[in-house]
Design a protein around this ligand. Structure first.
Ligand code: ADP
Ligand code: ZN
Length: 670
């Protein structure tokens, strides 16, 4: 596992921070209301029976019937003082003095109460004649606490909802507040004093890119050296290359080496649903960076804002993005060369960027970062293997060979995955097989061991994959095979894996041989079973695309000649009409058809000629589920051709012995 993940970003302080006091005020207010409603007295629960006894004793001063359902009883002062029965309620709940009442209460509908009182009068008529009737008062009383709550609660709910929405739009951070921050940039700042600093040591390979970037580091470290001579410090550096090739890593390394603050954010961070927010964020970002200059601004996925303007004819409403881009251009023009802020951008689609962005004085330096080649992969492996407990006999060279087309991020992933696999198997160290399993898993997805496949299907899959393997083995320019499996993985039922040669130019023969090998699967089904299945969909898709590219893009077709319909500017991406006539379209269709069919027949013929070997291979595959290059050599014998890799190996081996003889104290340490 890589230890050098993100250094801790220093969290930006936000305005206000605490809207908590609002909640506090509301809370206290509510309690206060509740208190006010209850504080009038300490009232004891009671019943009509008790009440009638008190009344007959002559202790009751008066009675209040509230809201026609609650009866409040007030006791005479003299009774409170002299009668011990009232001791508990005679004092005020808070403070000194006599309790003013009500002293007792009980629930009873007003009508019932009246009837009962009348009965009381009838039964004790004499008593009432001498003492007089009770004073009864009827009153409607509102519970203000409840009333107020009734309309405050919905208000609170709305306010809460609003805050929540604002917070979502503003993204992250504490409660409330965000609405005031929406135009602020959300750049993560990495300071030069964070410990987990990334330097060029952590970036393997990429020699060319590192060299170019080294200049930037020097600019930032000794700007005077350049400005004294009247030179201008570059403003923008664009890193362009496939995802995972270490662009972000390189930019961080620049900041680490130059020991300046590094503001990192992604192009999509500028995009928000409000108009003008993106532009304001750009402004804020540059202001922040200038305050801390010399510094580096790093914008990842810059194509999210830097896409050529006016291209997206369909989506409409991309004014906001254009505004953001315009602001970026203005800022880059606006800051002087002496401000020492360097903008680094990364994209994997440099081709769609607006030309204005790449003009001199903006991103005038473009550094291409490619997928690593064999030697670079080895170095990247060495960086990431550093953190693992390895089998001492592990051959790094072998690992690099097994991972053509992998990016730096893929390799980091393989190393991590291998460690996880080894841990699952309770191993003490990570071994070669764990790495192979990790590669399989990353290329093909999870193994699906418990997927149910009938023996017939299995046979068909085995022949299909054997067809690919046989044809590619027998053709000079097809890629050499690594292994064939019929264990379902991810979406595929089976797979034949090749080691594609890392070539810079591809000839017609190579393309044709590859197409033939791709069609080998379906051809084998036809040769052996006399019928074909739907299992070849992805093969057909690949072949069709390749054939179309040969005819319309690479100009490799005799009938059409040296013509390409490829448009590198992408200007016509959204046009419906084709750049050629109907007649040409017919020729193209016919040529693609002929090309594919001829390769298919070639594959069928090859398999017919080698049918016995195909049967052997398929039987092997059904028995073992996985077969390797060695099994093929056992059946077909060695391939008579040398692969490009063999040639490179030979050259490298020769030059290495030269170096060794020149300098005997050769150090393997990086
Ligand atoms: P990008 O920005 O090009 O998509 P990143 O810089 O985010 O790629 O790379 C992702 C990860 O891949 C890095 O954090 C690092 O672990 C690994 N990686 C990529 N390239 C290299 C390299 N040249 N050397 C070492 N590690 C690399
Ligand atoms: Zn296939």
């Amino acid at each position: 596992m890589s230890k050098k993940t993100n250094p801790k970003p220093s969290t930006p302080t936000r305005l206000g921070g605490g809207y908590n006091w609002i909640y506090l005020v509301i809370f206290i207010g509510l309690i206060g209301l509740q208190f006010a409603a209850n504080q009038s007295s300490a009232t004891s629960p009671s019943s009509f029976n008790d009440f009638s006894k008190m009344a007959l004793r002559g202790d009751v001063d008066h009675v209040k019937v509230v809201n026609k359902e609650i009866v409040l009883v007030f006791i005479k002062e003299e009774a409170l003082k002299k009668n011990e029965a009232y001791e508990k309620i005679s004092k005020k709940a808070y403070g000194d003095g006599l309790n003013p009442g009500p002293h007792f209460e009980f629930e009873m509908p007003a009508e019932t109460f009246e009837i009962k009182i009348q009965r009381l009068y009838e039964i004790h008529a004499d008593w009432y004649k001498s003492n007089g009737e009770l004073a009864i008062e009827y009153k409607e009383e509102k519970n203000y606490a409840l009333e107020v709550l009734g309309w405050i609660l919905p208000l609170l709910l709305f306010a809460g909802l609003w805050f929540f929405l604002m917070r979502r739009m503003g993204g992250g951070g504490g409660p409330g507040g965000q609405i005031f921050n929406i135009g602020k940039s959300r750049a993560q700042e990495f300071d030069n004093n964070t410990e987990a600093k990334i330097t060029f040591k952590d970036v393997a390979g990429m020699e060319g890119a590192k060299e170019e970037v080294l200049e930037v580091v020097d600019f930032l470290r000794n700007p005077k050296k350049y400005t004294d001579l009247g030179g201008k410090i570059p403003k923008g550096v664009l890193l362009s290359g496939p995802p995972g090739t270490g662009k972000t890593l390189l930019a961080k390394a620049v900041a680490g080496e130059a020991m300046v603050p590094f503001f990192s954010l992604s192009g999509s961070d500028f995009v928000e649903m409000f108009v003008g927010v993106g532009a304001s964020r750009v402004r804020d970002l540059f202001k922040q960076a200038k305050d801390k200059s010399p510094s580096i601004i790093f914008i990842d996925e810059i194509d999210a804002i830097g896409r050529a303007r006016g291209r997206n004819a369909f989506s409409g409403g991309n004014d906001e993005r254009e505004n953001t881009l315009n602001q970026l251009l203005t800022e880059m023009d606006g800051f002087g060369t002496n401000e020492q802020v360097i903008v680094m951008g990364a994209t994997n689609r440099a081709d769609i960027l607006d030309r204005a962005l790449m003009r001199a004085g903006r991103f005038d330096r473009i550094i291409y970062v490619d997928l690593p080649e064999l030697k670079e992969r080895k170095e990247i492996f060495q960086v990431h293997l550093g953190n693992l407990k390895l089998d001492p006999g592990l051959d790094v060279d072998f690992l690099a060979r097994q991972t053509p087309g992998f990016s730096g991020a893929d390799i980091a992933n393989v190393c991590n995955e291998a460690a996880l696999i080894a841990a699952r198997k309770e191993k003490k160290q990570v071994e070669k097989q764990d790495f192979l399993d990790a590669v399989d898993r990353i290329v093909g997805g999870l193994e699906k061991r418990n997927m149910i496949i009938t023996p017939e299907e299995k046979k068909s899959i085995a022949y299909h994959e054997s067809g690919h393997a046989t044809v590619s083995w027998l053709l000079e320019h097809a890629s050499p095979l690594v292994k064939v499996t019929i264990v379902p993985r991810g979406k595929a039922l089976g797979a034949a894996w090749y080691l594609p040669e890392e070539r810079h130019l591809t000839t017609t023969e190579q393309l044709l041989d590859e197409m033939c090998a791709t069609l080998g699967g379906r051809a084998a089904e036809e040769v052996v079973f006399g019928k074909i299945s739907t299992g070849a969909l992805s093969d057909l898709e690949k072949v069709t695309k390749q054939a179309r590219a040969m005819v319309t893009i690479y100009g490799l077709n005799d009938k059409l000649g040296n013509i390409t319909y490829y448009d590198s500017s992408g200007q016509n991406e959204y046009q419906f009409d084709k750049p050629y006539s109907e007649k040409t379209a017919e020729v193209i269709d016919a040529e693609i058809h002929t090309l594919i069919e001829s390769q298919y027949h070639r594959a069928v013929q090859l398999l017919r000629d080698n049918l016995d070997k195909l049967h052997l291979l398929a039987a092997d595959l059904i028995a073992h589920e996985v077969i390797f290059k060695e099994n093929l050599i056992a059946i077909f014998g060695d391939r008579p051709w040398k692969s490009k890799q063999d040639v490179i190996d030979q050259i490298e081996a020769e030059s290495e012995t030269e170096v060794l003889s020149e300098n005997s104290s050769d150090s393997t340490a990086e």
